[in-house]
Design a protein around this ligand. Structure first.
Ligand SMILES: *Cc1c(COP(=O)(O)O)cnc(C)c1O
Length: 419
């Protein structure tokens, strides 16, 4: 479906009404956030994606779904996660810093908020087999976990290179009963794993649900995943009110790979103009070094994995190999919501290099007794790039814990005495 055809459809009556009642940052019924989003999929996936598109909101609003989802978030994931006032870090930066502790979720990151939701949805759609792609391995683990929880077959596609650098997560997935299939094409990382998963879905359209791990993919995935992750900012609002008397922080900071923890952390603040939304991308060895994953800095409009967004690409539209020290941010695109936040100026996009992220990780460990995931460390690194005020409230989404990155941290400590 071309962009122009979709625009025309949107301009017709019911779609226009649909749009009027909504926030500018919730997609229209065709899945567009401004000019980004939509569903660009092969013919053979239409039935699956259409089934999902027409049913996801209805299922998510069913009382029985909400009952089961909320109970699992509470008893299984361990929500609400704490909003922790980071006293020593706050003193260091001369401001009031709160950490949203997604690292304390079961499986060690925010990703399980989404997989718990999607497995319940898949069951209600009558699906018997789950496929997923994974980069850092965190989404694979979160998917294998909920498949074990519900006794469903689970196949995880993972780049061969990521399988090497994330061995503990591969072991976890296998122990949880998932089959891990290596993606051996291209850069052998996340984008290749995603291609393999899409291929599988095309071959198994009837019994299989594809659990996408971020706010990417064809509509309705970006919106569905953002809604499942929005529990993060929903909790932040009442937790902040309890602690500071106001539901609204000055700034919310989150790292962006595809953008799901950021979407969740921003969601209930999207229409609050006073709240600055700050996304931090991975600059790798430097934005212009040729080894980077800073999509908003380097990307142009393009279609990647089923939606129109900003994509890192060559002149003639070949997707560029991204680089980041953190496997979870090593992705050449960004979800369409974030492309729109960037394009509209609602979100402010910063980037942090591998080195800056490492420095931030060691600082947080020493100042707060918390070892963050390398991905989350990018968010902390923004503190060095912002003008911060003493009385301002900053919320940082601590998307995951650093256990999975220990081998990288050990290597850095061996090479660098003063860290
Ligand atoms: C996967 C991952 C990310 C990046 O994914 P988003 O969809 O951008 O949130 C960030 N942090 C952690 C800990 C992750 O595992």
């Amino acid at each position: 479906m071309s962009y122009h055809i979709t625009r025309k459809l949107e301009e017709q009556g019911s779609a226009a009404e649909y749009k009027l009642s909504r926030s500018n940052f919730v997609p229209d019924e065709n899945g567009y956030y401004g000019r980004f989003g939509g569903a660009y999929i092969p013919e053979m996936l239409h039935r699956n994606v259409e089934e999902l598109r027409t049913r996801y909101l209805e299922i998510m609003h069913e009382p029985s779904f909400q009952g089961e989802y909320q109970q699992l978030l509470h008893d299984y994931v361990g929500r609400p996660t704490p909003l922790y006032f980071a006293e020593r870090l706050s003193r260091q930066y001369g401001t009031q810093i709160f950490l949203k502790r997604e690292d304390l979720c079961h499986t060690g990151a925010h990703k399980v908020n989404n997989t718990v939701g999607q497995i319940l949805l898949a069951l209600r759609l009558g699906k018997k087999r789950i496929i997923a792609e994974t980069g850092a391995g965190q989404h694979g683990v979160a998917t294998a976990t909920v498949c074990a929880l519900k006794g469903i077959e689970c196949i995880v596609y993972m780049g061969e290179k990521d399988i090497e650098r994330q061995a503990p997560n591969v072991a976890r997935m296998k122990m949880l009963g998932a089959k891990v299939i290596p993606a051996t094409s291209g850069s052998k990382t996340l984008k290749d794993a995603t291609n393999e998963a899409i291929r599988d879905w095309i071959n198994n359209p009837h019994d299989t649900h594809y659990i996408i791990g971020s706010v990417v993919g064809p509509h309705p995935y970006p919106d569905m995943v953002a809604r499942f992750q929005s529990v993060i900012s929903k909790e932040v609002r009442w937790q902040l009110k309890e602690k500071t008397g106001s539901e609204l922080p000055g700034k919310v900071i989150a790292c962006v790979g595809g953008g799901s923890n950021a979407a969740g952390a921003f969601y209930h603040f999207l229409d609050e103009k006073s709240v600055e939304l700050i996304a931090v991308e991975a600059a790798g060895e430097g934005v212009h070094s040729g080894k980077s994953a800073a999509t908003t800095q380097l990307g142009r409009d393009g279609v990647l994995h089923g939606s129109r967004s900003l994509v890192m690409q060559t002149e003639d539209g070949q997707v560029v190999e991204p680089h980041s020290i953190s496997a979870g941010l090593d992705y050449p695109g960004i979800g369409p919501l974030h492309a729109h936040l960037f394009d509209s100026g609602r979100g402010r996009f910063l980037s942090a290099t591998d080195e800056e992220a490492l420095k931030a990780a060691f600082e947080v460990a020493k100042l707060e007794g918390i070892i963050p995931a390398l991905e989350s460390a990018h968010a902390f690194s923004a503190l060095n790039q912002l003008e911060l005020k003493k009385e301002e409230t900053i919320v940082i989404c601590l998307s995951g814990r650093g256990d999975k990155d220990l081998a990288t941290y050990m290597r850095v400590m061996e090479q660098n005495d003063e860290i």
